[in-house]
Design a protein around this ligand. Structure first.
Ligand SMILES: NC(=O)C1=CN([C@@H]2O[C@H](COP(=O)(O)OP(=O)(O)OC[C@H]3O[C@@H](n4cnc5c(N)ncnc54)[C@H](O)[C@@H]3O)[C@@H](O)[C@H]2O)C=CC1
Ligand SMILES: O=C(CO)COP(=O)(O)O
Length: 337
């Protein structure tokens, strides 16, 4: 069997961190090519191409500054060239860019190539409903796709502190932890909405009890949402207690970017898009966008009242509900009835 080529499709905060890990992991492994290619959405940083900076300084100075990348991680701005070369494609980019990325890759992958998605989000088209991002990858590219999700704030993972992750796959040859891939993927997507709510709590000055209630109600809505829309795909309760579930929810509600910006949104009154530009230096928030996508689904199906937390997060983000009404929206939560 010839050694497999690993490509990382994405080069943001998490993308660069994962490329670093892949780079270390393939060294001296006879089953893998010792070079890892990382597709970079090209941009200029201080007058230089980001790919050139990464390939000479071995650091993604914009999205993962201060962390050395192994020299066998090679940045490449040509998505099709990276896709044609790869046997394993690690998808790790902000979810809003996935449809266009798949369209570009379509028809260019090797036979037998497969994907692993680390992307937290969903794909919703008005009037057409919701699809999993992994299904988008599977269907548009004609490849199998596993998932890797978990309590994994990139800056901490890059520092190599102890953490866990959950790998989901229907194919037992690739599934190290669970075949319950729908729960693995959707927990990763939906916790970003709850984390936005947790940030509102912090911005409003509530204490830990209130935030714990938001986290718990958020988890209950996540479970109910997944069971409502995907019960025919083998949803199991125990998966919610894996790293992809409870643990990721907790870490994001305390240490994530969604929490941080939601707090600033309440404190400053500035629009989320403006705060994203001011505070994240090109990194992208997934929570408010996912909240809008989830709301579209819930609204089309008359389910807004059954999911008051996720709905309120969206309505607050778009300015239709005042942030200080957030907790009022939860007082008659269906979980309390
Ligand atoms: N950062 C983290 O701690 C973690 C992130 N994730 C998830 O991983 C996914 C990727 O997140 P990050 O790597 O942190 O990204 P990021 O938040 O750092 O986003 C910046 C990336 O988006 C790219 N980008 C900007 N415009 C683009 C376009 N038009 N087309 C394609 N790419 C474009 C930039 O080039 C850059 O690579 C997200 O779904 C996120 O929720 C999952 C676990 C941890
Ligand atoms: O998914 C994450 C941690 O597992 C990162 O969350 P944020 O995007 O809120 O930083």
């Amino acid at each position: 069997m010839s050694p497999k080529n690993v490509a990382v499709i994405g080069s943001g905060n998490w993308g660069s961190c994962i490329a670093r890990i892949c780079g270390h992991n393939v060294v001296n492994q006879e089953n893998f090519n010792s070079e890892v290619r990382m597709w970079v959405f090209e941009e200029m940083v201080d007058g230089k191409k980001l790919t050139e900076i990464i390939n000479t300084q071995h650091e993604n100075v914009k999205y993962l500054p201060g962390i050395q990348l192994p020299t066998n991680v090679v940045a490449n701005p040509d998505l099709v060239a990276v896709g044609e070369w790869a046997d394993i494609l690690v998808f790790v980019l902000p979810h809003q860019f996935l449809p266009r990325t798949c369209n570009t890759l379509k028809g260019h992958l090797k036979p037998g190539a497969y994907g692993v998605s680390l992307i937290k989000g969903v794909h919703v088209e008005e009037g057409k409903g919701m699809s999993l991002l992994s299904d988008l990858i599977r269907e548009s590219l004609g490849i199998d796709c596993a998932l890797l999700m978990g309590a994994n704030l990139a800056p901490e993972v890059a520092q190599e502190t102890y953490c866990e992750a959950t790998i989901g796959s229907r194919d037992p040859a690739k599934a190290l932890t669970t075949d319950d891939e729908v729960v693995v993927e959707l927990c990763g997507a939906l916790k970003n909405v709850v984390a936005t709510g947790a940030g509102f709590c912090d911005g409003l000055g509530y204490g830990d009890n209130t935030k714990a209630a938001v986290i718990r109600l958020g988890l209950m809505e996540m479970i109910h949402f997944i069971k409502t829309f995907y019960k025919d795909r083998g949803v199991r309760d125990e998966t919610f207690f894996e790293s992809c579930g409870m643990a990721d929810l907790v870490t994001t509600c305390y240490g994530g970017r969604n929490r941080k910006l939601a707090e600033a949104f309440v404190r400053t009154g500035k629009p989320i898009t403006q705060l994203e530009e001011e505070m994240l230096n090109g990194q992208k928030l997934q929570g408010p966008l996912t909240a809008a996508e989830v709301y579209t689904m819930l609204n089309e199906r008359g389910l807004v009242k059954r999911f008051p937390l996720m709905s309120a997060v969206h309505l607050i983000c778009v300015g239709q509900v005042a942030p200080n009404k957030f907790i009022d929206e939860l007082r008659e939560h269906p979980e309390h009835m």
